[in-house]
Design a protein around this ligand. Structure first.
Ligand code: SF4
Length: 464
């Protein structure tokens, strides 16, 4: 059992301190932080797509130092992940945080003859790590969602991550305590025993401005928060940045979080300042801590942490509903019924399909008949029946199991469309199919399957 698992088992609040692999300097890693045990975490490709891998970076630190290695699925496929697992095991790494990851800086949408960038979904990585066995598996979760459908989609995917085998959950960085409380309540309500940790970071004015300007995926910084930080800086009260972080850590502890993931606080002087504030305020109870937190942020309603709702969830249109029902009927008849499977098997067992001209024609026919209707990209493993007939390939990351954490008020992280997972969550509610989005773990598509006919693959697999 990893040390981190034992902290979880003993309900020992712990501090995960995050280090970027792009740092030029090796900083000393403490074993204790304000009296709480420390676990170092190494992030995966935060600054650039070519940062040193967490596995390589981990070799620069003592082997007996407890570590959590991040693995982001961006630009990776399942075979890369399986290799990573083997190497992690060799290096005696037991704790993993499995993420889909934000948009690759060098993302390719497959135009102009370039290969489209692929993203291995966290759900699929969790399934593979669980199957390999012996790892303490963490997943990310973003509770800071303020449009109904995107919030629903996040929680539906969290169900899947847990079902796939997650042992612990780390939230996105965020400052809305109410949203953190909801995430904790969700686990209690569903009797999930997984541990939850909150990502925290001393939020200086410069960092807040950077995140707002660069629209860092999935992080909510409101103009109101910026205003408070600006006033504070002008009044020479910048140290409040660390006081606030200390309060958030203590609040999370009182709320029953298993720990925090401390980001952007790796310098000894920053850590010492934060520790001093934790020591100073740790005697306060939850009410007193929250009161102080609200005073520092000048909070009156809690809405100060929420973005302006400029994009509202709408119920599915009658056209969307009609399309869903038509495709559902067709799918049932052709792919799920006994008769459909029998006919399909008969057709695809014929010798003709050994010829490349026949398979090419088949692939073209499938593409032409589906691309205009659902945006098919010939992935070879049709998942429409599990995605309410919304093709996962129309998500720029190609995610089938649910959204990444990067949406903003139903908008895709890529900014050019509505998130298909919000659309799906809304449709699921309307046609009472939410259970599918909550429970069905959709396997990843191996690279070698792409560009083949999903029809042929489906019927031939149905035979087995
Ligand atoms: S899931 Fe695959 S086969 Fe099905 S429509 Fe989308 S790209 Fe085409």
């Amino acid at each position: 059992m990893s040390l981190l698992s034992s902290y979880f088992q003993q309900n020992q609040f712990c501090i995960l301190v995050e280090y970027l692999t792009s740092l030029n300097e090796i900083f000393p890693v403490k074993k204790q932080f304000a009296g709480y045990p420390v676990v170092m975490t190494l992030a995966d490709r935060v600054h650039s797509d070519h940062d040193t891998s967490p596995l390589e970076a981990s070799k620069l630190y003592p082997r007996d130092l407890e570590k959590v290695l991040h693995f982001a699925g961006k630009g990776r496929d399942i075979h890369d992940f399986e290799n990573f697992l083997k190497q992690a095991r060799k290096a005696d790494i037991q704790n993993l945080l499995l993420l889909t990851g934000d948009k690759l800086k060098e993302h390719s949408n497959g135009e102009n003859g370039t290969a489209r960038s692929r993203y291995l979904e966290s759900v699929n990585a969790v399934m593979a790590a669980k199957k390999a066995g012996g790892f303490c598996i963490g997943v990310a979760f973003n509770p800071f969602k303020y449009a109904e459908a995107e919030r629903d989609a996040q929680y539906l995917k969290l169900h899947k991550k847990i079902k796939a085998g997650a042992d612990f959950i780390i939230t996105q960085l965020g400052y809305d305590i109410q949203a953190l409380k909801q995430a904790k309540a969700f686990l209690t309500q569903h009797h999930y025993s997984q541990k939850i940790l909150a990502c925290v970071m001393p939020l200086s004015l410069a960092r807040a401005k950077f995140m707002l300007k660069n629209q860092v995926a999935g992080i909510v910084i409101t103009p109101y928060m910026l205003k408070v930080l600006e006033e504070e800086k002008q009044a020479g009260l910048s140290e409040r940045v660390y006081l606030r972080c200390a309060l958030q850590i203590l609040i999370c502890k009182q709320l029953g979080f298993a720990g925090v993931d401390l980001s952007a606080c790796h310098k000894p002087a920053e850590q010492a300042l934060l520790e001093s504030y934790i020591e100073q305020y740790r005697h306060l109870n939850l009410d007193a801590l929250e009161k102080l937190w609200n005073e520092l942020w000048q909070i009156h309603t809690g809405a100060e942490f929420q973005p302006e709702l400029s994009y509202f969830s709408r119920p599915p249109s009658s056209k969307q509903l009609f399309k869903y029902h038509q495709l559902h009927l067709m799918h049932d008849a052709l792919f799920d019924s006994k008769l459909g499977k029998g006919v399909g098997r008969f057709i695809f067992k014929a010798q003709i399909w050994q010829k490349s001209t026949a398979t090419k024609t088949l692939l073209k026919t499938e593409y032409i008949s589906k691309h205009g209707v659902v945006g098919c990209e010939s992935c070879g493993q049709c998942r429409l029946g599990d995605t309410l007939y919304i093709c996962p390939e129309t998500c720029p990351k190609g995610l089938a199991n649910g959204p990444c954490g990067g949406t903003s008020l139903d908008r895709c992280e890529f900014g050019d469309r509505e998130c298909i997972h919000s659309v799906k969550a809304r449709l699921a509610k309307a046609v009472q199919q939410t259970q599918v989005l909550k429970e069905k773990l959709i396997p990843t598509v191996p690279i070698e399957v792409r560009g083949t006919s999903s029809w042929k693959n489906w019927y031939l697999a149905a035979e087995a």
